[in-house]
Structures are given as structure tokens and as C-alpha cells.
Write a protein that binds this ligand. Structure first.
Ligand SMILES: [Zn+2]
Ligand SMILES: [Zn+2]
Length: 352
């Protein structure tokens, strides 16, 4: 079943009317942010201003560190290194491979679910698929769907300003995982309130997951893959937990974080040279097709998150397959001629 396409203006109207216009902050807002910054002598928020310093936000003696998260992530990474040691020492790889099937399910929960379905409404999904994606998102363990989508919509709307939760102007580490170790900038809270979220809580699948998130997370991220490894491969609980649970979890966290760090810093900008997000095929490889980030920030409502129908984009293949069996529908795409025209204009401009 070929995806239905709508023209650009219709899509923009659609995005506005559904409260999902998460395109970069508009010109008026940008001016406002800029002038506010000047008035208070505060951070220069305009992503395009060369005078911006990634370190200007940090005050000595006030690092606003969330120690609870620092401890959790430190322990998690120590367990990860122990898991690598255990895997190499024991040399039994079946639970580890099973873990990768869970990683794929978890990946679809994030990319096809939290990101393309719920954050951007780039297609619609029937209840069985929504439940499958919600459980996958529990495997990935990146906060509940409501929180994930809220942060992501704010990231798009205020990209690379103080209000962006993982503003890449604050440096690679901050964009990657540092933002989870520090208190949010006040602008993330205040400006974040402008982002429409009611549609998320209107979905009973999201409400259910939010209510039972912790037990669902523990069950699907750790207990289920561990128990399955013990049952299928006659493994010990300890080895199964480290190889199918911890290894998979920490690796997949970093694969998602690379979208916010690497894909905001390294790669080309063929669709919009005025924003920082980049096209990075390596990130697409690790994050199931989410590395075409210059395209995605330019056209956030496109379910493929890429100009190309074929490429390193497992999530697009998955959504296409779901459309084929009738579980996904109303897939939105930006018309090819519009994308090509825009690309030509930008490359012609850069040649002059
Ligand atoms: Zn981004
Ligand atoms: Zn997005």
C-alpha cells in the first residue's frame, strides 16, 4: 500500500491544527529570545549567532547536578563494563543475540512509536500496533511515552535555544547524556508550556503506560528477556541478566543519544543550512533510520524522516510493513519535487 501524500501547505495546516507544529521557533519568537538575552545580559540563544558559547550556561559553584541520576548512570555503566567482561569470558552468545531482538523491538518503540507516531503524528496506528510500540518503548527504558514526547516536541519547537532540553550548543556531552544529569534550564519549563500535549493523554495506551510505567519497564526491559534466556538456553539468571538485559539497554541508550549529539554536529545540511541538525548515516545505522536529522528538523511530519525511500532506515521499512498489513495508515510524506527544489536552491546559494 503506497503511503498517501499531501502537499506541503496542507501538511503544515495539519500540523498546526493538531498542535504538532514542532518546527523551529518562528522568526518572531527568535527575535524575542534574542532581545531578552541582550536585555538581561544572559545567554545568547540564537543558534546562528557565532558569539554563542557552549559554556556560558555554567556558573561556577552552581552546576545544578542531579546527583541521583549521576549515581544511577554511573552504576549502569559499571554494570555494562562488567557485562562485556562476562560475555567475553564465558563466550556464550545466545542470550546476547536474543537481547538484540529485544533491542530491535525497543528501537521500534522509540523510533516508529514515541518519535514518528506519537511525537510527530506522521502516521496513524491501530490499537494492536500502538500496544506493541508502547511495550517496545518500555524495553528501551527512556522514560514514559508522555515525558519522552513532551521533551521531543519542546526540542523541535525551541531547537538550540535555552528552551531545548538537550541544546547541542551546550556541547557534545550535554546534548548526548549530560542533559539527563543536570536540572533543566528554566526556559525548558516556561517555554515548554506552549507546546500542545493534550492529544497524548487522549490516547488510552499512553495513559495506561504512564500509570504502570515502572513495573512495565522492569518487566519488559529486564525480567522478560532474562527469563526467556534462562528458559530457552538453559542459562544462569546472572549471565542472562547481564547479556540480554544490561548490555542491550546501555548500548541502545547511547544509540538514541547519538541523534541528539552526533546528528546535531557532524554531517551535511542539504535541506536547511540555517539549523544545526545534520545528515549522518552512521547515526541512522545505530538508531534505525533517525540520523537524517537535517531533513527531519526541516520536515518533521514526514514518516520516513528522510528524502529517500530506500536507505539505512529500518523504522521506515517497519512502518511500511505495518501499513501493508493494515496496522498503520495515513502515512505522510513531503512531495519529492518540493524537497528537490529546496535542495537545489540551497546548493545554488552556497555556490555563490
Ligand atoms: Zn534534533
Ligand atoms: Zn523529531
Amino acid at each position: 500500500m503506497p503511503p498517501s501524500t499531501k502537499n506541503h501547505l496542507e501538511l503544515r495546516e495539519y500540523a498546526n491544527s493538531h498542535g504538532t507544529d514542532v518546527s523551529p521557533v518562528n522568526r518572531h519568537d527568535k527575535k524575542l529570545v534574542k532581545s531578552e538575552g541582550r536585555k538581561t545580559g544572559d545567554v545568547q540563544s540564537n543558534a546562528l549567532d557565532k558569539r554563542s558559547s557552549p559554556f556560558i550556561y555554567v556558573k561556577y559553584g552552581d552546576w545544578s547536578v542531579v546527583w541521583r541520576n549521576v549515581i544511577i548512570f554511573t552504576i549502569l555503566h559499571l554494570l555494562y563494563f562488567y557485562a562485556v567482561y562476562l560475555l567475553l569470558k564465558e563466550g556464550r552468545y545466545k542470550p546476547w543475540l536474543l537481547g538484540w531482538w529485544f533491542a530491535l523491538w525497543g528501537g521500534m518503540g522509540i523510533t516508529a512509536g514515541a518519535h514518528r507516531l506519537w511525537s510527530h503524528k506522521s502516521y496513524k496506528a491501530r490499537l494492536p500496533l500502538r500496544i506493541f510500540l508502547m511495550l517496545g518503548q518500555c524495553i528501551a527504558g527512556q522514560n514514559d511515552l508522555y515525558t519522552w514526547c513532551r521533551d521531543h516536541r519542546v526540542h523541535h519547537k525551541f531547537s538550540e535555544t535555552d528552551a531545548d532540553p538537550h541544546n547541542s550548543l551546550r556541547g557534545y556531552f550535554f546534548a548526548h547524556m549530560g542533559w539527563l544529569l543536570m536540572k533543566k534550564h528554566p526556559d525548558v519549563m516556561t517555554k515548554g508550556k506552549q507546546v500542545e500535549l493534550h492529544d497524548l493523554l487522549a490516547d488510552p495506551v499512553i495513559r495506561f503506560q504512564r500509570k504502570f510505567y515502572i513495573p512495565l519497564f522492569l518487566m519488559f526491559a529486564f525480567i522478560f528477556p532474562t527469563a526467556l534466556s534462562v528458559y530457552l538456553f538453559n542459562e544462569t539468571w546472572k549471565f542472562a541478566f547481564f547479556s540480554a538485559g544490561i548490555l542491550r539497554y546501555v548500548t541502545s541508550l547511547h544509540c538514541t543519544w547519538f541523534v541528539n549529539s552526533t546528528a546535531h554536529m557532524f554531517g551535511g545540511r542539504p535541506y536547511n543550512e540555517k539549523i544545526n541538525p545534520r545528515e549522518n548515516v552512521w547515526v541512522s545505522f545505530g538508531a534505525f533510520g533517525e540520523g537524517y536529522h537535517n531533513y527531519h528538523h526541516t520536515f518533521p511530519w514526514d514518516y520516513a524522516t528522510s528524502e529517500f525511500s530506500f536507505g539505512v532506515n529500518v523504522s521506515k521499512l517497519f512502518i511500511d510493513a505495518m501499513a501493508f498489513i493494515g496496522q498503520a495508515y495515513d502515512l505522510k510524506r513531503v512531495p519529492k519535487h518540493y524537497v528537490v527544489d529546496r535542495k537545489h536552491k540551497i546548493s545554488a546559494k552556497s555556490e555563490h
